[in-house]
Design a protein around this ligand. Structure first.
Ligand code: IPE
Ligand code: IPE
Ligand code: MG
Length: 244
């Protein structure tokens, strides 16, 4: 395809899925899939934010519902997050990437929270793209949390009822980011699993069969070619362009 015709989404979301099956199909433990998946995520996120023109990348790495998994798996994941955030902070810093987090702090451990706060602080002035880790994240929880903050501000007369609209509501979400343009979920599952319900309302969806540990830079380039073919109408009439 002619490069000049390629459309680059501003905000990409990835539901990182299939780590467990990737490992199990090789007769390995699920934790091995998480380890290789996390290494892939670090490489892929740097590629996406530094080399493709995408400005914001939101990655779903742990849902509020993922606490239903075995203690062994949850503990493994929490330790992996802590370790990776510590070791990767410098890499993101070097590429001028700002790292932020979306999700509830409760019931994350002190250690996870400390690491999250450190990487956030270290990269807060970076301007080369935003990497938003959705960790202990739930789309419904986010909407409830925003509503509670709005209700508090109403009670303290910081805002009025008349001011409440979609723009204002969006400012009360965990991160004040523009909507998701392109949402990828790996591993051949065709569902959203409580990810960015507000932000993805007009996103284009893409569901590759590839398990996340194998979803590399080339797979992402293929995804962009697919995005380029989409006709986003936002409720309008697609003939408008040629036939107003
Ligand atoms: C995604 O991989 C990572 C997390 C949810 C933490 P899974 O662990 O969901 O892998 P599958 O879907 O069981 O293969
Ligand atoms: C969604 O994947 C959450 C993350 C990728 C972090 P799951 O594997 O938890 O989702 P379900 O249970 O298959 O819907
Ligand atoms: Mg899964």
């Amino acid at each position: 395809m002619d490069d000049s015709k390629i459309k680059i989404p501003y905000h990409v979301g990835i539901i990182v899925d299939g780590n467990g099956r990737w490992a199990e199909e090789q007769g390995k433990k699920r934790s091995y899939g998480h380890k290789i998946g996390s290494e892939n995520l670090e490489k892929l996120s740097r590629y996406i934010l530094s080399q493709t023109g995408v400005k914001i990348l939101s990655v779903y790495v742990f849902s509020t519902e993922n606490f239903k998994r075995s203690k062994e798996e949850v503990d493994y994941l929490m330790n992996l997050f802590t370790k990776k955030f510590k070791s990767d902070a410098k890499l993101y810093q070097k590429e001028n990437i700002k790292v932020v987090f979306s999700g509830r702090r409760e019931p994350l451990s002190e250690e996870v929270l400390k690491t999250i706060d450190e990487i956030t602080e270290m990269t807060k002035n970076n301007t080369g793209g935003i990497l938003n880790f959705c960790l202990n994240y739930g789309g419904r929880a986010e909407i409830i949390d925003a509503t509670l903050k709005i209700s508090k501000d109403l009670g303290q007369n910081k805002i009025t009822e008349e001011e409440i609209n979609e723009d204002l509501f969006a400012h009360y979400l965990y991160q004040d980011l523009p909507p998701i343009d392109f949402l990828i979920r790996t591993s051949g599952e065709y569902r959203i699993s409580n990810f960015m319900l507000w932000q993805a309302s007009y996103a284009e969806f893409y569901f590759p069969e590839t398990y996340f540990p194998d979803f590399n830079n080339d797979e992402f380039d293929k995804a962009i070619l697919e995005y380029t073919k989409r006709d986003r109408r936002f409720g309008g009439n697609h003939y408008e362009k040629t036939n107003p």
